[in-house]
Design a protein around this ligand. Structure first.
Ligand code: ASP
Length: 448
């Protein structure tokens, strides 16, 4: 049995947090490969080490370009603050480890303007060194096993081979998250929060039985806790359900972290470093386990606009949709949803991506399909109600709409995915929170 365990920034923000992570790792000997993030925030007002590194590198560049003493001073001071954060952790863990030599190299490289990605990656690199020393296991620099091509795209084949061969025969190791290297040896990072991706890639390469992702929440919640007080956690969720929810704004895990393990059918377990006894959320390919409620989760986003065209006999015209969609394509506006009626078709887009181009789009649609009526509406919110159990449960949409009607909410749009995994509901922005609450209450609160 092999588990890959990834610890997020808040799980490794201080010596105390490191100790919690250490206890978790030592408690289960199958937790063999450890992927640390950089130290995150210790309090809500704190700054993540990754952000400190970006600022520090920015000052190094300015100091270099302008030969300016102020920037040089800022650079030195920020670098010292970063060093302090690591030294505090090392001392708090009573480790016999010095990062002096590493900081000397980092300082030189920053001065040589080695690159922003290198700068950011040092957060994970140094935390990995501390973690390896703390656990007494091998440290493997991610630059040696995670690869990008010359265009900066992740090279999964080369990486997979490198990790499997480097880790074969290595019982335990720490591999820092978030970065790898390009063929020219330059460091490249994933997008922010990318240590989740590293954990997933390593899990795939070692054929892990489980990818544990340790963070500061006990998994996914059925709804956003900023809208619902103490929402119930989601025990088990499928990759597909998760995709739907995370697309609509539910974030715990980096979206791209799903793909490598999904291909191998490796489950992900989201766990809470501060409450290790909680089971967290298990993300799986498929399951026969009956969910507790008909819906698995609710998520949503505000600020959409809709463009509705009406044209008599529209349904009978070949190519009507294509012509309409081409207008959005040529204006480079991605489309979210496209509910249609017999003589009407609406297109939902992100308001901010649409606002500047709206007049061009209107003119384009007139030219392309000569509508009888064209209507625009803005300040709309979309809510996704997601659940694998909806397929077999009768009356789900009925319950949603009667709950919304009771809450006095006008439904602007309904779109049920053909997989019956989700129902998307459009409401006005100002009804968003009340709508989420009404749906949560009908499916969860009243069922407890
Ligand atoms: N440290 C990086 C960030 O703050 C990557 C990560 O934590 O996953 O985005």
């Amino acid at each position: 049995m092999i588990k890959v365990v990834k610890f997020g920034g808040s799980s490794l923000a201080s010596a105390e947090q490191f100790q919690k992570a250490g206890t978790i790792i030592r408690k289960d000997e199958t937790r063999r490969y450890v992927i640390p993030s950089a130290p995150g925030k210790r309090t809500s007002k704190d700054t993540k080490v990754t952000d400190m590194l970006y600022s520090c590198y920015g000052q190094a560049i300015l100091a270099n370009d302008d030969c300016d003493d102020d920037h040089q001073e800022n650079f030195e001071s920020l670098l010292n603050q970063i060093k302090e954060r690591y030294n505090e952790i090392i001392q708090g863990l009573s480790l016999d480890l010095s990062l002096e030599e590493d900081f000397k190299i980092i300082r030189e490289n920053f001065t040589k303007k080695i690159g922003r990605d290198y700068a950011a990656s040092r957060g994970e690199y140094l935390n990995g060194k501390i973690m390896a020393a703390y656990l007494g296991i091998e440290f493997i620099d991610a630059a040696e096993v995670i690869f990008f091509d010359e265009n900066g795209n992740f090279d999964d084949v080369k990486t997979n081979e490198a990790i499997s061969s480097r880790l074969s025969g290595v019982e335990r190791a720490v591999i820092p998250g978030f970065y790898g290297s390009k063929p020219n040896g330059k460091i490249k990072t994933f997008s922010r929060g990318g240590s989740d991706i590293t954990g997933s890639i390593v899990s795939k390469a070692v054929h892990a039985d489980m990818y544990e992702n340790w963070t500061d929440v006990s998994g996914f919640l059925i709804a956003d806790p900023r809208i619902i007080t103490n929402p119930k956690p989601i025990d088990v969720i499928t990759y597909r359900e998760l995709r739907e929810l995370s697309y609509m704004g539910a974030t715990v895990l980096h979206e791209e972290a799903i793909f490598p393990v999904r291909k191998e059918g490796i489950p992900i377990n989201i766990r809470n470093t501060n409450a290790p006894e909680d089971k967290g959320t298990l993300i799986v390919e498929a399951t026969c386990q009956k969910p507790r409620f008909v819906i698995t989760g609710i998520a949503g986003k505000k600020d959409f606009a809709s463009v509705t065209v009406e044209k008599a006999m529209m349904n009978g015209q070949v190519g009507f949709c294509r012509k309409m969609l081409e207008v959005f394509e040529s204006n480079e506006i991605p489309i979210e949803h496209m509910p249609s009626g017999i003589d009407t078709l609406s297109v939902f887009v992100h308001q901010d991506e649409f606002a500047e181009k709206e007049q061009k789009v209107i003119a384009g649609i007139h030219r392309a399909v000569e509508p009888d009526v064209l209507e625009l509406e803005s300040d709309l919110a979309l809510i996704a109600v997601v659940g694998r159990a909806m397929k077999t449960a009768r009356g789900t949409s009925g319950r949603i709409f009667s709950a919304l009607a009771h809450a006095n909410i006008n439904v602007k749009m309904i779109d049920q995915g053909s997989s019956e995994l989700n129902i998307i509901i459009g409401v006005r922005n100002h009804d968003f929170e009340a709508a989420v609450k009404a749906i949560y209450d009908i499916f969860v609160t009243t069922q407890i």
